[in-house]
Design a protein around this ligand. Structure first.
Ligand code: ADP
Length: 627
């Protein structure tokens, strides 16, 4: 026999249930029973028993529950729901709770609805956990989106590799640009970029994956081909690899970041190379400066600060710690001062080379030293400051040598003059005798001898002049005279003495100058005799004198061999002769033009030549006219 529990017993059992339980009857849902858990949910007490639900829990108004229960009462269809929010007044506060619940119609044997059994589980906590989980998920999604956006836009190459084979999972456009013609996604690095096999890149990738240690190199050499299988090109990248892990903490792949630095590395290497070369050439310059015993100086034209090398101090006889000033550098003997200062100002003003010789008194022994200073204004390479830089040479010995040579030439020339003059006299005597005796042969030979003696006298005079010039014994005797008259005299002389060439004199108007008449005459004669020497017989030589810009410009033009551009600027140097001329047997010592130049310079005039090789030459000199 089946023992049936009484209704009261059943109610008692239900009331003990851990699940919230309530029993309602009728359309107005009278609470027949509600266990403590259910009453706790409502935040009420046992006084609710016997009251209609809407009255017992008035905050349910506006919520669907009462209506749902009434539907179950009417239809008998069970209603079940999960995670359903309900607003309940608990502890004086309206709060949202979440419930899994069921409204079940309990029927009697006749199938009539007797009551509704309400069971509920509070899932608020679960719900909260779920919500926060959802939230975190959303946040994660958002941050992942942000990360993706960042990766796509960052001006660097970013690649994500997965697995030990380092399969490209994603790459950003920056990365794609490094290897534009390759298929990357889904392929392993070494398959997509086979040129990396065996390189430090492979090592770095494998090591980072194996150890999880971050890798970073600033300028990593990565030989990459422009297309798969093509020749590689050395490129440089700043590279960084970071390992990422799965939820178990195991390394799952790598993030790769790369920035191409090829251009910077190339530029740096070029600069380094240049610096090295510069260092080497500076070093060899320094060595040659030392070997040549050259003094070097640099004057800051703004501050006046002078920097000199050791040898410079030695030249001036100064201790190594003695402050070297521009004043000291230019502390020459009075006689040279004006000339040197003028030359220096001119060089700075016209941006030309300063090259002067002057005498100083050496501090250590009070001896007089000749120095040569060659320099030029320039800009400092560092800060563009105006500088005057150059070299100093002690030329005392050289000067003494020159002096000795000069004295010797002077003495010999002087000694030769007397016998030559006597010889000339004897020849003249013999000439007149031969002419009287009508000895044509002897007269002819004596003419030739006389010519040779004249040539020799001219040469000896030349040497004497050089020697006088060098020892400062040449004097300019200025007088006012008319160039037209001097040219006229020269014309008469040349008609008498030159038969080999046609010397044509252009008419000259009255042109007054203040100069040494004899010496200017010498210069014109010298230019004409050069024209004769260096042009073919019977060719034309034109002599002219015109006034241009307040200067009397005298020119001598020939149709001779001409002068090459390399030789032109050197013609006026002492003992200079054009090589090709030296090889011919045209006599000369290269002192004629030197003397002309010195004479014209002492008149504050100019002398120069214009010519093309093979097309004749024009020699000019000019002197200021006076009115
Ligand atoms: P020299 O004639 O005694 O050699 P100069 O000082 O008079 O010395 O001339 C120097 C050099 O210039 C000559 O050796 C010659 O090579 C060149 N020269 C001078 N005048 C002329 C000219 N009219 N045509 C070509 N070359 C000339």
């Amino acid at each position: 026999m089946i023992h049936r529990l009484s209704n009261d017993k059943l109610l008692e059992i239900l009331s003990l249930s851990q699940n919230a339980t309530g029993i309602y009857t009728g359309d107005d849902l009278i609470i027949q029973m509600a266990n403590d858990v259910m009453i706790g949910f409502w935040g009420k007490d046992r006084s609710v028993i016997g009251k209609p639900l809407a009255e017992a829990v008035p905050e349910l108004e506006g919520q669907p529950f009462v209506g749902l229960l009434q539907d179950v009462w009417r239809t008998g269809i069970t209603y079940e729901a999960k995670d359903t929010p309900a607003e309940l007044l608990v502890d004086g506060k309206l709060q949202t709770f979440y419930f899994d619940f069921a409204y079940r119609a309990i029927k009697n044997d006749l199938g009539e609805i007797e009551c509704i059994l309400h069971t509920a589980v509070d899932v608020t906590k679960l719900q909260q956990i779920n919500e926060s989980y959802q939230q975190s998920l959303q946040q994660l999604q958002a941050s992942e989106d942000l990360l993706n956006q960042f990766i796509q836009q960052v001006p660097a190459g970013v690649a994500i590799y997965t697995g030990p084979d380092l399969i490209y999972k994603s790459v950003n456009p920056g990365y794609k640009q490094f290897v534009p013609n390759r298929e990357l996604i889904g392929r392993s690095v070494l398959e997509a970029l086979p040129e990396l096999v065996g390189t430090p890149v492979e090592q770095a990738l494998r090591n980072t994956y194996a150890t999880g240690q971050n890798f970073y190199v600033h300028d990593m050499l990565i030989p990459l081909s422009d297309y798969e299988g093509g020749p590689t090109r050395d490129r440089y990248f700043a590279v960084s690899y970071l390992a990422y892990r799965d939820q178990y903490g195991k390394i799952a792949g790598l993030f790769g970041f790369a920035l191409e630095t090829t251009e910077q590395v190339k530029a740096r290497k070029a600069t380094e190379k240049l610096n090295r070369e510069l260092q080497i050439s500076e070093e060899s310059l320094r060595l040659s400066v030392e070997a040549a015993r050259l003094g070097t100086y640099s004057v800051d034209l703004e501050s006046g600060i002078v920097t000199v090398n050791e040898y410079c101090r030695e030249i001036f006889g100064l201790a190594p710690d003695y402050l070297f000033t521009a004043q000291i550098g230019l502390s020459m003997i009075e006689e040279d001062e004006e000339r040197v200062r003028e030359a220096m100002n001119e060089a700075i003003g016209n941006d030309t080379v300063f090259d002067e010789q002057y005498r100083i008194i050496r501090k250590t022994d009070n001896s007089m030293r000749w120095i040569r200073s060659v320099g030029r204004a320039s800009k400092s390479t560092l800060d563009q400051k105006p500088l005057f830089r150059g070299i100093l040479l002690d030329i005392t010995e050289q000067k003494a040598d020159e002096q000795r040579k000069n004295d010797f030439i002077g003495m010999v020339s002087h000694e030769l003059k007397t016998p030559l003059t006597s010889m000339k006299g004897y020849i003249q005597m013999l000439q007149s005798k031969a002419k009287k005796g009508e000895d044509a042969f002897t007269a002819g030979v004596l003419d030739k001898a006389s010519n040779q003696v004249t040539k020799m006298t001219t040469m000896i005079n030349g040497f004497l002049n050089v020697s006088r010039l060098e020892s400062g014994k040449i004097h300019i005797d200025r007088q006012r005279f008319d160039m037209a008259m001097l040219v006229k005299e020269t014309e008469e002389d040349s008609i008498a003495s030159i038969s080999s060439h046609q010397v044509v004199f252009a008419p000259v108007v009255e042109t007054w100058v203040n100069a040494d008449r004899d010496k200017i005459g010498q210069v014109i004669n010298n230019l004409i005799s050069n024209a004769v020497k260096y042009s073919p017989p019977n060719s034309i030589i034109e002599v002219a004198c015109v006034t241009r810009n307040s200067n009397a410009v005298i020119s001598v033009k020939d149709q001779g061999m001409g002068i090459s551009p390399q030789d032109l600027p050197k013609l006026f140097e002492r003992y200079y002769r054009v090589q090709a001329v030296k090889e011919t047997n045209v006599a000369g010592f290269g002192i004629g033009l030197y003397l002309c130049c010195e004479i014209i310079k002492r008149h504050e005039g100019d002398i120069w030549a214009e010519s093309k090789l093979g097309e004749g030459a024009i020699f000019y000199f000019q002197l200021p006219v006076i009115y």
